[in-house]
Design a protein. Sequence first.
Length: 265
Amino acid sequence: MEELEKQEKKLNFEICIKSLSLLRYITDCIDNSPLSVTTRILNTLDIPILLVHLVENPPWTRQKDGKTFKYIDSKWQEISREDSLKLTKIEGQVWLSIFKLLMDPQCQQKYELDSYRKNVIIKLRAYLTEIMLDQIPVLGELLRYLEHLSMMEPPAVKKELILEQLPEMRDNILQANEGRWKKIAKKQSKTQWAETYNFDAVESLIAEPPKCAMCGEEASKRCSRCQNEWYCRRECQVNHWPKHKTACNLLQESLQKLKLQEKSS
């Protein structure tokens, strides 16, 4: 189970990192988005403040044994002191999203800027160094905007009337299953774990070819019982079996219990 939990955390982290790329593309198209989408991004979800917190506490950077590691191309890579200030693709996408949400005229008009948001946003000035501006020159405009923002009081928030399309299909589903959601959730909980770790689906998300659990070479075969560990040849699988046996048995038992529960329901 510890191995499964470790894989779950890794998978969730990769999904979160990829969501930043999706956010970057969404912000690029925000001018052509419905008003309700812009309002949700800026005020309901407060994405600008979320991105500021990511800049302050970047999850794609970590320190270990006095060394700096950054998450680049779907893997952790050690970064030298000289390269520590170079922006990665993830960092660039975050900064460009911030620039779009704070500098776009439509966003500035819709964003409900109050004292709290102002005080959080101007913290970005500390990160807009000359080295940063050399890598993304357009951020110079953002720095000037932040300097101006720091010397002004945010205007009073003016609520506007927003007409928003509601998804009729979703409302119909909610009404049709009213009072049954706990029962549905209980039934789904019995299979959700197994579906989350559908190995064919997980395999398609792996950026690199699988490695042999024994020798680390590129692998093409995996354990026939749990479908979790990979091996390059039969000898490696046999030699690794004493270490893998306990985890394999636990996983096999868990899958069998889930199948029995699914049949009984």
